[in-house]
Write a protein that binds this ligand. Structure first.
Ligand code: 5CA
Length: 449
């Protein structure tokens, strides 16, 4: 992509409305614009990142055996009356009536709709277990939308729903999602810690929030230091095998969100030097709630002996749009965003420091064509701007590499490759710069599989 033809409105100054780094940088780097309170438009650069995150979530859900479908954003109030949540959900639900005065709503979550789909389609225990998911926009009329996409009113969520015959089986489904979440967030360069959590309006009594530690997190969390050092399982994990030892490793030490924190237990169970009390961002939340919806909505299947069995359910959410902000909170510096390679909107920026100089222009065009042909995505800054402004823009938008091409280097057949994360710069021949970029791309792909 040529910068001169792109739509990338950068802001020089910090926007007043942004209270935290990620919100400030998302506005400055031209990722989003506010449409109204808590509702955002995703500009081309931000939309690319959102897609990349969504794709990682999708791949890890599929790997765990979950099946993707798509439910609508607008739902009928009827279903919510069946479960009893229509009144209970309160003002957070956006209620709409259509031209026939039928009560509708913009879905804040989908337990009711998926339970209805399941109940109408599945009649036998032989069709269990199943985990179904979709990635769809939600609306919650949050009392205090803030921090940009971190607490929006309209936001993109991945929500999965599991259906099982027995509590034991349901626990296996829960474990699958638990493990897939560890992998999902790790692939985005995030260290997530599962913590015992409150269930709120979703319900149930077994629940974990997946928390990223960050100073700007909305809630205070407490955990054992060892949990931060644990590594998630590799891509070869067998989801049909016994996952309980992994879940056990991540849950046997103290970790709780503010609402579930037991100060006395924390002091007793965790040595002082191992106690971590920090701010956290909730990027995922999983729930086991048994028959809460299947009972009230009549989701039953015929068991092996012909008897009717009410299915056991769980639901599992990931804040896909929130993750864009969370990743920036975890990975930035004074100059701007530092995207982990797996979610970066382009693999690299190519900077022509002297537009109009024939040798530099030719070298840039040549490199641009070769890099793109090799499958690397390039943002080519071909604008006739000061070099300083171009460097600042590239630092701000945070692509993993910058390839800087100017007359001085070219005189000795070299270009400069800067790594955004470390700031390290190397003068290299065209070929070795090229090879390094390809090697990095291969490494990112390897980590994904
Ligand atoms: N039905 C369940 C699981 S599918 C559910 O709705 N869970 S939730 O309420 O915890 O939301 C799931 C995830 O969505 C949260 O972990 C969080 O990452 C994200 N999320 C929730 N509210 C918002 C919001 N207002 N803005 C951005 N992301 C949000």
């Amino acid at each position: 992509m040529r910068f001169s033809r792109y739509f990338l409105p950068l802001l020089r100054d910090d926007p007043k409305e942004a209270e935290i780094t990620s919100h400030r940088l998302m506005l400055r780097a031209g990722l989003i614009r506010q449409a109204s309170a808590g509702i955002y438009s995703w500009l081309p650069l931000g939309f690319k990142v959102l897609h990349k995150i969504e794709q990682i979530v999708r791949e890890e859900q599929d790997r765990a055996g979950a099946l993707e479908l798509l439910m609508p954003t607008i739902q009928s109030a009827e279903l919510w009356k069946e479960s009893g949540r229509y009144e209970a959900y309160g003002k957070e639900m956006l209620r709409i009536s259509d031209r026939h005065e039928r009560e509708m709503l913009y879905g804040p979550t989908n337990e009711e709709l998926i339970t209805a789909i399941f109940r109408d389609a599945v009649k036998s225990y032989k069709d269990l277990p199943r985990i179904l998911y979709h990635i769809q926009w939600k609306f919650r009329d949050e009392i205090r939308p803030r921090f940009g996409v971190m607490r929006g009113r309209e936001f993109l969520m991945k929500d999965s729903y599991s259906f099982d015959l027995t509590v034991d089986d349901a626990r296996k489904s829960y474990n699958k999602m638990f493990v897939s979440y560890l992998r999902t967030f790790a692939r985005m360069g995030l260290k997530s810690i599962p913590m015992v959590a409150e269930t709120g309006p979703i319900g149930g009594n077994l629940s974990h929030e997946f928390i990223i530690l960050a100073d700007t997190g909305e809630s205070e969390v407490h955990c054992h230091r060892d949990l931060i050092a644990l590594e998630p399982p590799g891509a070869d994990i067998d989801y049909d095998g016994d996952l309980s030892p992994i879940v056990e490793a991540f849950t046997s030490k103290y970790a709780a969100t503010e609402e579930k924190h037991e100060a006395e237990r924390f002091l007793k169970e965790v040595r002082e030097e191992d106690r971590v009390t920090a701010r956290g961002i909730e990027v995922g939340h999983i729930f086991f709630f048994g028959t809460k919806y299947s009972e009230s909505m009549g989701a039953r299947v015929q068991g092996p002996d012909g008897e009717l069995i009410t299915v056991q359910m769980g639901s599992y959410g990931i804040g896909v749009s929130r993750l864009v902000g969370a990743i920036i909170e975890a990975s930035h510096d004074e100059a701007g965003i530092i995207w982990p390679k797996s979610v970066a909107p382009f693999d690299l920026g190519l900077i022509n420091v002297k537009v109009g100089d024939p040798a530099t222009d030719t070298a840039c065009e040549d490199l641009y064509t070769r890099l793109e042909a090799a499958g690397l995505s390039v943002l080519f800054d071909d604008r006739d701007e000061r070099a300083g402004a171009k460097f600042a823009a590239m630092d701000l938008i945070g692509l993993p590499f910058q390839l800087v091409v100017g007359p001085k280097g070219l005189a000795s057949g070299e270009v400069e490759l800067k790594e955004r994360a470390t700031g390290a710069r190397h003068s290299l021949t065209f070929d070795s710069a090229f090879n390094r970029l390809l090697a990095s791309q291969a490494e990112t792909k390897r980590q994904a599989s």
